[in-house]
Design a protein around this ligand. Sequence first.
Ligand SMILES: *Cc1c(COP(=O)(O)O)cnc(C)c1O
Length: 333
Amino acid sequence: MQLSAFPRVALAALPTPLEPLPRLSRHLGGPDVYIKRDDNTGLAIGGNKTRKLEFLLADAIERGCDTVVTAGATQSNHVRQTAAACARLGLPCEVLLERRVADKGVDYDHNGNVLLDALLGATVHHRPPVEDLDAETESFVAELAADGRNPYFVPVGGSNRVGALGYVVCAREIINQAFDRGLTIDHVIVATGSAGTQAGLVAGFESAGATVPVTGVCVSRPEALMVAKVEALLRETWSFLELRGDPPGGLVAAEDGFIGPGYGVPTDAMVEAVNLFARLEGVLLDPVYTGKAAAGLIALIREGRFRQGETLVFVHTGGTPALFAYRGAFQAG
Ligand SMILES: *Cc1c(COP(=O)(O)O)cnc(C)c1O
């Protein structure tokens, strides 16, 4: 099935730029590093969830839903972008925020994305750490339905086969931008969490006949679990697109050496990466996803995994507002 046949609402400013990072590349002394600016998708400070929401909220509208329900960790970028998309479309938005990261102080609980969720008009419900946040959200959805509402459930991170289509679009965009500039991309690096971004990218490259290796840098779970999660969603997305057979094996790679003590917990390598991107390129990363993914990129280049003359694309998936929630990680005292 062609991508254009799926319902879609315009929310993002596309295409996002594909830019070289010459000072960072020179500093690292390895491959030519480019950045795909999905932090600049344009909706309420942007980020990767906006592309997914173009398909998810079109589906909600097509089903005649009157409320959108989703969930995430306290500083969820996905929740903030969902709240913004709902504001834009005039849909009420109910969100569950899970206190997944232990006591991080007043900025973590009230600044960054939390400040923006409220500003964007979402109704926020707080939850203690739970076993299965999607299951918790689905039972909340059932309560709303019992009250006569027609809610639309968006899973954590917007990562199902509908949301993943947003990153099939992104892969096509990268292919076109590379073609226009005569670039051959040797490798793509991206932060991976709920799997929709990586699964969509892999489906998008592969279905376009452009096998580009994509490495996901894990932010929350060990490599084997992450690979299995991406592969499962890749298969679902593949059949949703009505592509022939199963996707080829071996397309999904992940690196779990950069998580540190856990999801959303700062590491020295993350702080170094955020500082390097800021000072060498004027690019703002985030402490939870892209900072750790960039730490992975830097370490893999230093290890010699990628060589001079190669071209590497780092997908910046957004998250910048969380910087304001993690002030303590970047400021001494
Ligand atoms: C959600 C998110 C990711 C991870 O994307 P998934 O599709 O959930 O794997 C990466 N970076 C940022 C900034 C995010 O908010």
